[in-house]
Design a protein around this ligand. Structure first.
Ligand code: UDP
Length: 342
């Protein structure tokens, strides 16, 4: 009999930052996991559990995906594989619509062929655009302001239509700002290029970059810098496991925010990094970055109600500490392939 724990799961993009932490959690729960990742941004070294098979390939390669379905009989798909550079999505939108919207359609076609009707989807708070009210609830308007957000929102719509048409049940998990890493320092955040705030603050501390540019100090926030909701990557992973349990047990489709509900400014992040590392962060105040809303903070109550999920860490220092361990430890914040001295 297929149960929640022995349902084979296909995880696309499972060698990436959020994907690899989720794969590790799912494997530790004894679930059967196969990762499909083209390693464009993922790292094979991010798959640390020997029982997890990594298949290198594209989500849109239907013959490959068919062969994996035929071999493993997946009961669920967790789909992380996507591009996530907002600025690049503005200058090269077709790349984003192709990879983030068109490729998942090909995956969904294969799922339909094989009668697989559970899909957990990495969505984003970028689907809300500039929020019409704070904190952001799932009933806020979804008006994304860049192609990245639109490429994700379109998949949310597609999933809803597939639910109606052929009973695909999905969880659209709208992440706020993923941060932190596994506390044992084995896996962590390694983007190339790195644009995210916390890793860049760390890079300024270690001297990898000369200073941190603080993008804008004239926002309508108490200290003038942007406020975001930083959510620990292991809490995100936990939400995926719960969403899988919910859907595999026959639960209805869900769409929910994954955040802490706590807003933290750029200046507060810098202060937290200085406290955790004991080192000063060299900063320069720079103009605003295009497309950054003042504040993005989740109301996470629906996820609690539907999935029994809540962030276990709400103090941003609990995210900064493991991130510093990853950066200052033997990995130097990089998987071997990206290290200057591997
Ligand atoms: N930010 C910054 N300097 C940087 C990177 C980011 O001041 O080098 C700011 C950015 O303007 C935003 C916040 O930090 O207000 C979080 O940015 P990040 O790129 O980490 O995530 P986003 O909220 O854009 O997804």
């Amino acid at each position: 009999m297929t149960t929640i724990s022995n349902t084979p799961i296909l995880v696309t993009g499972g060698a990436g930052y959020i994907g690899s932490h989720t794969v590790r959690l799912l494997a530790s729960q004894g679930r059967k996991v196969v990762v499909l990742d083209n390693l464009v941004f993922g790292h094979d070294q991010a798959i640390v559990d020997p029982g997890v098979e990594l298949v290198v390939g594209d989500v849109g390669d239907q013959n490959l995906v068919r062969s994996l379905f035929a071999k493993h009989g997946f009961g669920a798909v967790v789909h992380f594989a996507a591009y996530a550079y907002v600025g690049e999505s503005v200058t090269d939108p077709l790349k984003y619509y192709q990879n983030n919207t068109a490729e998942p359609i090909k995956l969904l076609q294969v799922m339909q062929e094989f009668g697989c009707k559970v899909f957990v989807f990495s969505s984003t708070c970028a689907t809300y655009g500039v929020p019409d009210k704070l904190p952001i609830t799932e009933s806020n308007g979804q008006n994304p302001i860049n192609p990245y957000g639109r490429s994700k929102l379109m998949v949310e719509w597609i999933l809803k239509d597939c639910d109606h048409a052929w009973g695909l049940r999905s969880a659209c998990l709208r992440y706020f700002n993923a941060s932190g890493c596994s506390p044992d320092g084995k896996i962590g955040e390694d983007h190339n290029p790195e644009t995210h705030l916390i890793p860049r603050v760390m890079m300024a501390v270690t001297g990898e970059i000369d200073h941190l540019d603080v993008f804008g100090t004239d926002y309508a926030t108490p200290d003038g810098t942007c406020i975001r909701d930083y959510i620990h990557v292991e809490d995100l992973a936990d939400a995926h496991a719960r969403a899988l349990d919910h859907l595999v047990a026959g639960g209805e489709s869900v769409r929910c925010n994954l955040g802490t509900g706590v807003g933290v400014s750029v200046k507060e992040i810098i202060a937290a990094v200085e406290e955790v590392t004991g080192k000063p962060v060299p900063v320069k105040y720079a103009p605003r970055r295009e497309g950054d809303p003042d504040s993005l903070v989740a109301d996470p109550s629906l996820a609690r109600q539907l999935l029994g999920w809540e962030a276990s860490r709400k103090d941003v220092r609990d995210m900064v500490r493991p991130a510093w361990l990853w950066v200052s430890g033997p990995n130097q914040g990089r998987f071997p392939e990206n290290r200057v001295n591997p």
